[in-house]
Design a protein around this ligand. Structure first.
Ligand SMILES: Cc1ncc(COP(=O)(O)O)c(C=O)c1O
Length: 382
């Protein structure tokens, strides 16, 4: 049965007075997540430092992420950010041998490209797959770059600038044929569709909790394919990465046999409370249902924008589109600021106005947004 999305929407008080289309930056706050933040403070007041509960909350996040991706909790590291997971992973790669090439795409969020470029001082050679004339990056552009010297292909799922979704399974196949690994940055899609990491056949994945996972900033995850964990030895480490966290042994580094070896220090406890609650909401509704809803909303919004003669640059094909729609503007910043004053929350990047949709958006949001676009079309269209 299709969930009652209008009832689910009422769990977000912000949506009573805002047209909120900014979930690609930061989600709206759900009542359950607010209650989780409050229960953290109550626990602090009642008990003080409650180590057992803290550990439990961190493990609940690990389990929630594993459920989301249909993988094992031992394959998930709970990290301080997507960047932190990526740094730990990159530190476990050795670029001194022949396999020293890193293939990234021109759709990457800066942190992904920057961290791999930072590995150049350790011997990595970073190359970029560019878009074709139509603005999309076809499989052939990856095929031209991936070869027997490629260590890893590190790609985004949905581009944060234009909302285009790459063919991850296709890239994974090309990479694996040449013996390279694949890292998926799914921060702009996770929580808005089913991401079965085994079916996608990626080796690693990074992301975080503050966008479509309904959680908060300061917490992320790294997925590491179970069969690869023991062969990877991160130098970016810490006491929470050890096999026995409480051993307090200062004579050696003994990494956990699970993906926890990619963690570092004390978890962000309050962020674990919030993220556990956010993950529960997403897992309870189900990513298949959320995916259908988000595809409908983004498709409908794109069709309405095309009707008024101000089309988005995001691909219309369902398979090539995530939850974000990007619309070119002569002054995207000015337009977003004007919308903000009217209670329509969007964002902008690269000369595009961005509207990020989640299951809690509805047709009325689309009509408010498209109506406001039409009113400002003469001045802001590019
Ligand atoms: C696609 C993508 N990757 C990575 C990041 C960076 O995540 P973090 O700040 O947790 O390192 C973002 C943040 O907006 C993002 O959109």
């Amino acid at each position: 049965m299709t969930p009652d999305f209008e009832a689910l929407r009422r769990e977000f008080p912000l949506l009573e007075h805002k047209t909120y289309l900014n979930s690609g930056s930061y989600c709206a706050l759900a009542n359950d997540v607010k209650a989780a933040f409050e229960s953290y403070l109550e626990d602090r007041l009642a008990i003080g430092a409650n180590w057992d509960v803290w550990v439990m909350k961190n493990e609940a996040v690990r389990a929630g992420v594993a459920t989301l991706f249909r993988v094992d909790p031992d394959e998930i590291a709970v990290t301080a950010s997507a960047s932190a997971g990526l740094n730990a992973l990159a530190s476990a790669f050795d670029f001194k041998g022949r396999r020293n090439k890193v293939v990234v795409s021109d759709f990457e969020f800066p942190t992904q490209a920057q961290i791999w470029h930072a590995q150049e001082q350790r011997g990595a050679k970073v190359v970029h797959a560019p878009p074709a004339q139509d603005g999309y990056i076809p499989l052939e552009h990856f095929d031209e770059l991936i070869d027997e010297t490629t260590a890893i292909v590190a790609i985004t799922h949905v581009c944060y600038r234009n909302g285009a979704k790459l063919d991850i399974k296709g890239v994974a196949e090309l990479a694996h044929q040449k013996g390279a690994k694949v890292l998926l940055d799914c921060y702009q899609s996770v929580g808005t569709e089913t991401l079965d990491l085994r079916a996608l056949d990626v080796d690693f994945a990074i992301g975080g909790m503050l966008k479509y996972l309904l959680g908060t900033a300061g917490i992320g995850f790294l997925y590491v394919r179970g069969s690869l964990v023991l062969d990877l030895h991160p130098t970016n480490s810490g006491w929470f990465a050890q096999e026995n966290i409480v051993a307090m042994d200062i004579t050696a580094n003994r990494p956990s046999p699970t993906a926890r070896r990619f963690e570092a220090g004390t978890p962000a406890v309050v962020n674990c409370y919030a993220s556990e609650a956010g993950l529960k909401i997403i897992n309870d509704i189900g990513t298949d249902e959320i995916g259908n809803r988000v595809r409908y909303l983004t498709g409908r919004c794109m069709d309405r924008l095309a009707e008024i003669g101000w089309p988005a640059i995001t691909p219309r094909d369902d398979a090539r589109r995530g939850p974000l729609i990007a619309v070119p503007s002569s002054d995207a910043k000015g337009l977003a600021e004007m919308f903000m004053e009217r209670g329509i929350v969007t964002s902008y990047r690269d000369g595009n106005l961005r509207a990020g949709f989640h299951y809690y958006n509805n047709d009325a949001d689309i009509e408010t947004f498209v109506g406001a676009m039409r009113e400002n079309q003469a001045r802001f269209q590019r």
